[in-house]
Design a protein around this ligand. Sequence first.
Ligand SMILES: [Zn+2]
Length: 472
Amino acid sequence: MNLPTPHSAFPGAVWPAIPQAPAAALLAVLGQLAESQFMTDEQLAMVRRPQAEALMDHAGAQLPFWRDRLRAAGLDPETRNQAALAMPEWNERWASLPVLSRAEVQSLGDQLRVTHLPNGHGVVGESVTSGSSGRPVRIARSTLDYFYWQAFQLREHVWRSRDLSGKFLSILRDDRRELIDENIHLRTMADWGPPASVVWPTGPSFLLDYRSPIRALVATICELKPDYLCTFPSLLLEILRLARGEGIILPPLIEAIGVGEASPPELAGLCREVWGAPLASTYTAAETGAMAYQCLEGGRWHLQSEKSIIEVLDSNGHPCAPGETGRVIVTPLHNLAMPLLRYEIGDLATVGAGPCPCGRSLPILDAIPGRARDLLMLPSGDLRPPYYGHAAVMKVRSIRQHQVIQTSRNHVCFRLVVAKPLTREEVDHVIKSATDALGGAFGVSIEYVDEIFRSPNGKFAEFERSFDFSND
Ligand SMILES: [Zn+2]
C-alpha cells in the first residue's frame, strides 16, 4: 500500500517526516505490529507473555478476586517465579484459570475495577455493551487501552490498502442529533478523524445518522459519492435490496465496511453483485476493541493476537480444531483499569487453518456467526447457529427487510417488510429452503410487517428467540 507521508512536527522537515508525539507513538506500535504479524504461534506467545504477566500481576496485586484465582491456577508471581515455567506449562496453567462469564462481570461490578493505574495509563472511561438481550455489561477502560485500539484501527487501514485521500461515509448513530424526523442528518468533517488523521493527511469524512428512511439514506449516498461506506451489515443489506429492487445505480464504491454486527455470509456476494464493491467486516466488541480483521488477500479473519489472547473453546472447554465452531474467550492485554482474564464474551467463531495467501501467520477464523445467545434451539434442547436458508431470502427481490423469530422449540416465523407481497412460488421457495436448512424439524411461517425496528444504538438482531432461553 502507498501510505502518504505522515504529518511532520517541524516546518521545513517534510520527508522523511518527524511526527509529533501521539502520531509518533501510534507509528511506533504499528511498526512492531508489522513484524509480529509474521511470527509463528510460539514466537508470538513468547513476546506476548510478559504483557500477560504484567496484566495478571497488576490484577492480583489490586483485586482479591484475581489474587485468589491466579494463586489457585499457579499463576501468581511467587509460584510462577519459583517454577521458572516453560511455555507449555505456562499454557497449561493459563488453561486452568476459570472462564469469567458475563453474569460474573455484571454481579461482581466494582470488585473487578482497580483503584490505581500505573503511570501513563491515563484516566478511566467506560464502555457499555449494547445488551439488546438482557442487562448491559459495563467495562472500565483506560486511556492507554483506547490508544492501543487506535493503533489497531490504523493496522486495518493498512491491511485493506485503503486510499486515505478518499471520501469516507459512516452511516451510524450520531448522538448529536436532537430532532428525529423524516429529514436526513448529515455532518461533514474535513478529515477521517482520529486515529488516521492524527498520523496522515486524509480526505473528508461524513457521518450520516441512520435514523432516516432508507430511501433518504440511499439518495444521500448517490449525492455524496463516497469511496468508502462504513455501516451495520443489516443496513447495508437494506441499501442493497432497495437499489436492486428499484434499479437504482449506486455510485462507484471502493469498499463497504461492516461494523457492530456479525455479517451474514451471503452479504459480501450481494454487495459485489449489486454495488461491485468488496465488503470488509471487522470483529470488534465494546469490551475489547478489535478482535479480528479480514485481510484483503485471503478474505478470512485474522485474530488480533497482539491485543488480546483469544481462545475458541468447545463445549468441554478444549480448544476447537480447524472447522469447529466454539465459544470465544478473550483476554484484553492492555486494559489495566478492569483486567478481564479469560472472559467469555458471548460470541461464537469457527476456527480456520493456515496458511493464508497474505503471508501473515496470525491465527485465522473462517466465520463469526455472532452472538451465542442468538442460537437456534433444536427440539432436543441443543443449540446451533441459526442457518435458515439465508441465500433464498436474499434472492427474493421484493423483500426489503427480514427478521427470523424462533417462537417455540419447533417453529420459526419469518417477519418480512416487502415492496409487494410474495408470489406463491416465492413463498414456497422461502419456506422450502428454510425447512431444509433447519433440518426438517421446524414449522415455518411468514408474517408481513410494516417495519422492523432497530435497537437504540442502531444494531439489528436478524435472528431472535422469543421464548425464554434460561428457563427452557
Ligand atoms: Zn490473510
